[in-house]
Write a protein that binds this ligand. Sequence first.
Ligand SMILES: [Zn+2]
Length: 680
Amino acid sequence: MARVEYHSNMRLARCSLFRRILFLAVLLAWAPPAARGEPRPVPTETAGPPPVILISVDTLRADHLSCYGYSRLRTPHIDSLARGGTLFAEIGSQAPITLPSHVSLFTSTYPFANGIRENAQVLPPGAVTLATVLAAQGYNTAAFIGGYSLERRYGLVQGFQTYDSPFDARVIKGALDLKRPASQVLEGAKHWLGQNSGRPFLLFVHLFDLHQPYDAPAAYRARAPQSEYDQELAYVDDSLGGFFEFLARSGLDRRALVVLFSDHGEGLGDHGENAHGYFIYNSTLHVPLILHWPQAEKNGNSKLENRNSKLEGPNSARVSSFEFRASSFNDRVEAPAGLIDVAPTVLSFLGFPAPVNFCGHSLLELAKGGNTPPRDVYSESSYAHGKFGWAALRSLRRGDYQYIDAPHPELYDLKHDPAELHNLLPGQAALAASYRERLAALVATYRSAPAAAGPTATAVVPGAAERLRSLGYLEITSPQAALDDSGIDPKDRLFEYKRYLLAGHLARTGKAEEAVAEFQAILADDPRNLPAYIELARSDVGLHRYLDGANQLKAALALDPHNIEAEELLGDIWLTVGDLERAAAEFHQLLTFAPQDYEAHFGLGLLAARRGQAAEADKHFRAALAANPLSAEAHYQLGLSLEAQGQKAEAVREFQASLRIDPQFQEARRELAKLTSTGH
Ligand SMILES: [Zn+2]
């Protein structure tokens, strides 16, 4: 009994345990680089196709860069890239959420077609991405990741021979541990370049500094006193300045195709949205895209303005050495296009055919000033739909107009109203109707397109919810098979959403009583807010009010009988209070609609072991391990069960497996010592 209670309590605190498990598991697989010296650029003039450097500055609004017209902060280094390259003035993100946007870019497919519509989903094996295509062409491929949302487990790793995303290789204490500063990311990239730039390569660099929570070095506060967001941007720009300087010293600024973009913007209060993901306004969809062409593309009359400047710290206004221009390309493209077009552009530039399932179109002709027909730029957010059951949002940009399909649709003239303050509806109904038709046609066309992402996207990764909550997402949602634009318009529930965010913040910052009061107030106004019941239950559990928590979860399950999270938590609560019959009933119920659920199998394994049903316990612990091979607890419990059956050698193996994942798992160490000290 003691054992059951002890471990079920541990499971309720699985947040910290899971972190430890992952920390140690990944530590086993990821050895930190040996002592690193100063990275040395390797000046090379290797023949062959040009290398490609993709730089994703996560959460960067286009209109906060001085090369896009921002006046409150200068971003001289990114500007230098634009001056020497081609700036695309009107690029739309296909989804204002990190993983879906990057997946859309790398696979050149739409979120509704590839199935990745939320963070913490997994791009399944077999995906065709820019990285897999270039790797197949003989490119050396590497990625250096700044934020947890792109951690390797989410599948963007495919095609990359090196994928540096070491977020588990530490004890994660807070949201700041889910990101690492640009300097670290770029340092890793520089070291890799120092050893690998001799043959064609794809380097992907992901900088997460602009994503909340902010933590810019103190030196940048004076540089942009107006906002922490701009301070992070100043820091990122300086960091990129140092990186560009490195590229210049190694000659890569002339050899490589450099592509700088962002996956989405940031609300910063526009339309009442502070972060991103909830709405699909320009504040979160309009992103920068700058292509800097290799010097070989220059014509004879191109101008070299390489100043070879040095980075001089936070107040440096000098620029790095990107200011030569490939004059066969224009410096600016005004026509709207999407991030979905980036991968086809890169392949087209390199002369490689695009895979048939790429849905975007090369921007090369546009960059050369060619006359190309206007594009339909599609965007979506199914966040409010997946989370609260409210309407999904989708939009179509074409020419100057942006149409947002929602229960209360909107139409904006972005040329004259880029802030989208004046909805042209209901006045321009005919124009809006034509956009709606185009939108429906685009979805119909690409929904049936070949599956670019291979098999159907899988559900969310176990244990990811807690971490994403601390980045402000609160909770992962159930991926939806199809958009549903009926129901409640998210615009009409912004107030409720913000209260929900506030309550979640209170819960995460140790103010459980206040969080409970806020969640209760939300539910008093909207008894159908299912996530609020679950969050309230979590707060109740944190305050040891288990029966209150159970009642909230029953209310959630009344709204959605197949809610995995509610069912898991309810089973855990009964286990914790020792009501084993109810716990078993909930876990069995969970298996009827989630047959591989880790929590259900682990809980049923504990219950079977408690009843002395060893074979049944083994079966469930093995199923739990199939769902989560990194569970030190499941190995440990399986070891106990085998030990109780006299299978000592097998038990030893399980305890050893447990300790490989979590060397600080004292109970496992004790059992192992007990078994091995008796001479076996
Ligand atoms: Zn992002």
